[in-house]
Design a protein around this ligand. Structure first.
Ligand code: TMP
Length: 394
């Protein structure tokens, strides 16, 4: 075990007012490192039906992600699909269909696989054909019976998958001889470097570096032929996989593996240091918030991302510090943050706010966009407290 964040409620389990007095289920949130395969992972696994059947995170609520997806679809289309006869794109964890909608606009056939019933319904309502289920080798085989996928995409979801072997088996069948599997996952090196400990939560079972991915794909006769760094979600890698020897492997793969080795991911020491820094972070943030409170300023949370809930719960920040939280996701508004019970409001709540108000930026991964968007709040004297990697007022 390399880090213990205590017992926490699942980070996306926002609660209704009527549930405020009931006991919330809490589960250990502990990070483990495997000295054999070097995968960093949780071993306390919360039932996936409980976590994902009704899901409040909507891709379309974060403008920067929608912009990222528009660019992403275009790039991938031009590199792998353009000129092919009726390319077929399957997305695992397709959420509200935001990414598939971009592929559809480019003229491909599409299919979404999404376990959240509420999101699959939303996607189907906007004509993004979506099957409401968890992806598995069985599902992969079933789809492949009618046709193989030219491309399988999976964004910020592979880390949610408990049985990675079964996933790879499904991918191997689904992409057939010539298809490509491309996924994006938050990158462990960034998580450690930038102290993004709040991205550790029950939904995220694996925290990937490239090495365990390469080892896993090799076992299935698949190959990582390229890897590229992306800036979204605090630092992500986009990994490209095909059947062995279908593409010439790019130098990027070796480069990433060498860098990971140099960075020290195959030694426990780096995780020991990380864990000490996380404990220091808590002390620093609490001190900062106490100073602000003593100055009689009002503090609110900006964004109610899942990671914000980890930060709040780990640092014991509740309504004695934050008066409320604002978030653009309609499904979250009117609810309360899990564990800390802070009410969530639409962003309009801060229209009249300025001097004497401090916004704790829980959605720190969108810092530049949000600071730009909230120019008025800042011009009127409002300030942002950016927590990660180290608390700083802007
Ligand atoms: P994410 O980091 O997992 O994408 O979650 C970001 C959360 O922050 C999501 O609930 C939407 C919310 N959000 C805002 O409230 N305002 C914003 O300007 C952005 C970009 C996101």
């Amino acid at each position: 075990m390399v880090l213990d964040l205590g017992e926490q409620p699942p980070a996306n389990s926002f609660i209704d007012q009527s549930e405020l007095n009931s006991t919330e289920p809490k589960f250990p949130l502990r990070l483990f490192w495997c000295p054999n395969c070097f995968l960093v992972q949780l071993l306390d696994i919360v039932d996936k039906e409980y976590l994902f059947k009704n899901y409040l995170y909507m891709t379309s609520a974060s403008k920067p992600i929608v912009e990222h997806f528009t660019k992403y679809a275009k790039e991938i289309y031009e590199e792998f699909l353009q000129g092919k006869d009726d390319p077929f794109v399957v997305e695992i964890g397709s959420n509200d269909g935001s990414l598939l909608a971009e592929f559809k606009k480019l003229g491909t056939s599409i299919l979404g696989i999404e376990p959240a019933t509420n999101l699959a319904k939303l996607a189907n309502q906007s004509n993004i054909t979506t099957t409401n289920t968890f992806f598995s080798s069985k599902v992969g085989k079933e789809i492949a019976k009618s046709r193989n996928a030219s491309l399988v995409v999976a964004n910020n979801v592979i880390g949610h998958v408990e049985d990675l072997q079964d996933l790879m088996e499904g991918i191997k069948i689904l992409i057939g001889e010539n298809g490509v599997f491309i996924f994006e996952v938050p990158y462990l090196v960034d998580l450690i470097k930038k102290l993004e400990f709040d991205t550790i939560y029950h939904e995220h079972l694996s925290y990937f570096s490239l090495l365990p991915i390469v080892n896993l794909t090799n076992r299935y006769g698949l190959e990582v032929f390229n890897v590229r760094k992306q800036s979204v979600h605090g630092g992500t890698i986009r990994v490209f996989i095909s059947q062995k020897n279908n593409f010439k492997a790019k130098d990027s793969v070796k480069h990433f593996l060498d860098e990971e080795q140099r960075f020290g991911l195959s030694d426990i020491e780096i995780y020991r240091i990380f864990s000490v820094k996380v404990a220091e972070f808590k002390r620093k943030l609490k001190t900062e918030l106490e100073i602000i409170k003593k100055e009689n300023k009002s503090i609110f949370g900006y964004g109610a991302p899942a990671k914000g809930n980890v930060l709040l719960n780990y640092c014991d920040i509740d309504t004695s510090f934050l008066d409320y939280v604002i978030d653009t996701t309609p499904l979250k508004q009117g609810k309360y943050t899990p564990g800390t019970h802070i009410p969530i409001f639409p962003p309009e709540k801060i229209l009249d706010k300025g001097a004497g108000h401090i916004a704790l930026l829980l959605a720190w991964n969108y810092e530049s966009e949000i600071l730009e968007k909230e120019k008025q709040f800042r011009e009127k004297g409002g300030k942002f407290l950016i927590p990660i990697p180290t608390p700083i007022i802007k």
